[in-house]
Design a protein around this ligand. Structure first.
Ligand code: FES
Length: 167
């Protein structure tokens, strides 16, 4: 008796191929899952081993030549939050950060004073408090000259009130 071959007849080896392709598919899924797990684990490990630090701008910066600052002027350097003040006696640098709660103060040319917009503290241009809740004067910062004649401010170092750079 002969079997009639139909166009839909399944060859004898077809179930093996189907079994093989299913196994390959499952292997591929297992490998992909393992790869995803390894990438996730590597990310956690890198995060754990990386130092958890906040990168801040350097505390020292060059403020240019003293000639940039006219006599009897207060110049605000916004990116550093520092005032450079020049008087007949010399130059000094003041932090613009209010000693009350840390707001950024503003030089008021009209009033000839530095004012805090938050709670109303006012300071003279030498940093001494005039009024308001600020507990201390504005810190006077280290101001020196570099070898090539530029002003160098160090925000990490405060100097006593009245310290001047004579140029
Ligand atoms: S933060 Fe300046 S007066 Fe309060």
């Amino acid at each position: 008796m002969s079997e009639a071959r139909t166009p839909f007849a399944v060859p004898e080896h077809a179930p093996q191929m189907e079994e093989s392709s299913r196994r390959d598919f499952l292997d591929a899924i297992a490998l992909a899952s393992l790869g995803i797990a390894m990438v996730g684990g590597a990310q956690v490990l890198v995060g754990y081993l990386s130092p958890n630090v906040l990168f801040e701008p350097p505390s020292r910066f060059r403020a240019g030549s003293p000639d940039l600052y006219p006599m009897n002027s207060v110049t605000y350097i916004p990116e550093q939050q520092v005032y450079i003040v020049r008087s007949q006696q010399g130059l000094w640098a003041l932090s613009a950060i209010c000693t009350h709660l840390g707001c950024i103060t503003q030089w008021k040319q009209d009033g000839g004073m530095i004012a805090c917009p938050c709670h109303g503290s006012k300071f003279r241009k030498d940093g001494v408090k005039i009024e308001g809740p600020a507990p201390r004067p504005l810190p006077r910062l280290s101001l020196t000259l570099t070898a090539d004649g530029e002003l160098l401010v160090d925000k990490s170092e405060t100097v006593p009130e009245g310290s001047l750079l004579r140029v």
